[in-house]
Design a protein around this ligand. Sequence first.
Ligand code: GRG
Length: 290
Amino acid sequence: MLNDLNKIAKDTNFFLKHYLKKQKYSVLTSAMNYGLFPGGKKIRSKILVDIGKIFNINYNSLVVIGAAVECIHAYSLIHDDLPCMDNDLIRRGKPSTHTKFGEAIAVLAGNSLLTLAFEILSDKRLNLKEKTKNILINKLSKCAGHAGIAGGQFLDLDFEKKNIPFKKIINMQLKKTGKLFGYCSSVPAIIKNNGVKKINTFETIGSDIGLLFQITDDLIDYKGNSKKVGKKTKKDIKLGKATLISLLGYKKTVIYGEKLKIKIQKKIMKYGKKSKNLNETINYIMKRTR
Ligand code: GRG
């Protein structure tokens, strides 16, 4: 599992490094580079490749799509760290982008990474039918906007220091984190032109994996060590964030996560041997410490 993750991270970084090198250098592209590298775990790309395996999709196409997703993800992290958002000084074990470059450049670097994602998806190097690319671009736009990550972040901020019921917390986390995982999971079915039902089935599996990922993120924030995690921990309590831990407590949140993991694994079992890698990734998500 870790070998596969490392290979996917290496290939994605290779693609992105070359893509950025082709752009005209400026302090802004340097801030974009800083937000992208050294990159994070590339878990979203891993999900894309794992599910791509179930659908027999060409690996190189998935790396390019994963690179676009990682641009959106890096953008969300840069903006998430801004003083007007979660105000974080450390990200991926180094000063966050605005700490290094200042707020204005960090905002612009985030915006530029957002548009870069769509530049990559519409690039000739992604060898897919134009119609498929159009669907991929349309879906990713929706995942990033008010009905997706940005909308989830809005709720995350709005819910601070309030008593928020279970369903609303889950909905917020599904938007903030689940949407992008849902996107990655639905891409292979979209490429295969498999019809709405299959696409939706995989989107739901992915959103649940994203929810599980967010739950483990909250558990790490609660118990993790800042140095090991690469970002400040024990922040959710300080900021009064509405999480499953703030509502149910640590132990019940772990139990909820375990149940969710089993629910997802049951759903993917029917794909037999081909879902082995995805299954391992889900176990990794549950056990991860960073
Ligand atoms: C519309 C893309 C977009 C952003 C603007 C700021 C914002 C709105 C959204 C923030 C969303 C956010 C940061 C959600 C948290 C998701 C999460 C668990 C991030 C950590 O992901 P990892 O662990 O990070 O995969 P690495 O560093 O490994 O890549």
